[in-house]
Design a protein around this ligand. Structure first.
Ligand code: ADP
Length: 249
């Protein structure tokens, strides 16, 4: 629904002609969204984009946090972070913090922005302009979830590993998890879902990253006596098995 409107609107908005004609209509909308800087999109655009994204979501199965099994308030699942209904999901993004601009890229940042809607980038624009356009590693910025099942998106930049993992990389990764956990508690949220931060394009080895992620979350929950429910969502069977080994051993 509204694919044609969205394709025409964003093609004109970006001053293009026949852009991304080689892919199907849904991917065409997504690719055009990925390259769009939403300085002045119309209310009609956002309204129709919302109807369109909600119609895509209606065809998929939502992961309900209430249905998950938790041990010491931690759960881990194989799945897609854009489909879970936790209070907050965490986005592992780059230092521009405006979402992945590469059309149809497979990263988690691209998926979250594509299914949440261009409202997210629109809301991040003034935040990033205020701080010279770059975000340091290990911090957190919050936007609404818009067309996702989750209420909020926590945007954090994890470390980009060059070669072997440095002490600074470890501190930055720990800070990404900690900043998000603290923010969730500050906002009185009941649940937060993490992807495997930095272990994709940013090349942090999954074994080391997962140990640090799990230790950081366990320590934080124990020290603060928090009731926050934490979900780790893994996008590949391989990563899921790493978390299974860690959390069930
Ligand atoms: P980074 O730049 O922080 O490494 P990536 O997006 O490249 O971020 O990868 C981080 C992790 O997110 C990877 O393990 C990747 O498999 C995973 N991922 C990608 N898409 C999704 C998704 N839709 N849901 C959950 N995890 C995802």
């Amino acid at each position: 629904m509204y694919e044609d409107f969205l394709i025409d609107y964003l093609t004109k908005y970006n001053n293009l002609r026949n852009a991304f004609v080689e892919v199907n209509k849904n991917d065409r909308v997504r690719a055009l969204m990925n390259i769009t800087m939403p300085y002045n999109l119309s209310d009609e655009f956002y309204q129709k984009e919302g109807v369109y994204l909600k119609s895509l979501l209606a065809k998929k199965s939502i992961i309900n946090v209430e249905d998950l099994e938790f041990k010491n308030n931690i759960s881990f699942i194989l799945g897609d972070i854009t489909l879970i209904d936790s209070d907050a999901i965490v986005n592992a993004c780059n230092s521009r913090l405006l979402g992945c601009l590469s059309p149809l890229h497979y990263c988690v940042d691209n998926a979250i922005h594509s299914f949440a809607g261009l409202e997210v980038r629109r809301d991040l624009l003034p935040i990033m302009e205020k701080q010279n356009g770059y975000e340091k590693n290990g911090k957190v910025k919050v936007t609404k979830g818009y067309n996702l099942p989750s209420k909020f998106i926590f945007h954090t930049v994890g470390p980009r590993v060059a070669g072997i993992v440095s002490e600074d990389d470890k501190i930055d990764l720990e800070n990404s998890y900690l900043s998000c956990l603290k923010k969730a508690c500050e906002m009185n949220l009941e649940s937060i879902t993490f992807p495997s931060i930095s272990t994709g394009v940013f090349a942090y080895p999954i074994l080391e990253a997962s140990k640090l992620a799990v230790e950081t979350v366990k320590k934080y929950l124990a020290e603060t006596n928090s009731k926050l429910k934490v979900v780790f969502i893994l996008h590949s069977e391989k990563d899921y098995n790493v978390y299974k080994e860690l959390l069930e051993s």
